[in-house]
Design a protein. Structure first.
Length: 197
């Protein structure tokens, strides 16, 4: 048995016609329970589709799924916005003192990556405790910031571009200092396994 987790990406749009047919059939019958209400439902692929599936990478799985149409994207966005608004209304009903939530901005996205990378490099560790460092995770988060910088080049405001450049500089310098400390402590790569006879 492999330690690699296996998962299947299911294109739920394939089942849209079946769902519409099912909803039409249910509309004729009286509702049985509250669980039959409209909303997201888990759609399981046929069992034979999983039985002979070869392990694939996530990239392979996603490349087989066609991009959603403009109409599907618009419907999904409308449903998402309505669901988010219902959630916000519930939260505000339970906590009348809080105001409306702020719209998510590009700056918040950059800050999220910044905080993640700094925590992965041991920042924020309570005093007296040994830092938990995930140097490989930090490198990946920093590389994601680099991809973001590359893909948004020319499309950012001066303030957004400056913030992204500053944060990239800071996390890369912290990464360099941390890796320098690791190598100065004499951390060696493990020896390759000896060949068996």
């Amino acid at each position: 048995m492999s330690d690699t987790p296996k998962f299947t990406v299911v294109d739920r749009r394939k089942y849209k016609a079946e769902e519409e047919e099912h909803e039409t059939t249910q509309a004729a019958a009286p509702p049985a329970t509250a669980s039959s209400s409209s909303g997201p439902r888990l759609v399981e692929p046929p069992a034979e589709a999983n039985a002979n599936a070869a392990p694939e990478t996530a990239g392979d799985l996603m490349s087989d799924i066609p991009a959603p149409s403009a109409e599907e994207t618009k419907e999904q966005k409308t449903a998402y916005d309505a669901s988010a608004q219902r959630l916000e209304d519930l939260v505000r009903a339970q906590n009348p003192g809080i105001g409306a939530s702020q719209a998510v901005t590009f700056e918040q996205l950059i800050q999220q990556f910044y905080v993640s990378s700094m925590i992965q490099m041991g920042a924020g560790t309570p005093e007296g405790q040994r830092p938990q460092v995930d140097i490989l995770g930090a490198r990946q988060t920093i590389d994601l910031l680099g991809v973001l910088e590359e893909k948004t080049r020319g499309n950012l405001t001066d303030a957004e571009s400056s913030m992204l450049q500053t944060i990239l500089y800071e996390v890369r310098m912290t990464f360099l200092e941390l890796t320098r400390m690791i190598t100065l402590k004499g951390v060696q790569a493990p020896a390759p396994p000896k060949p068996t006879k």
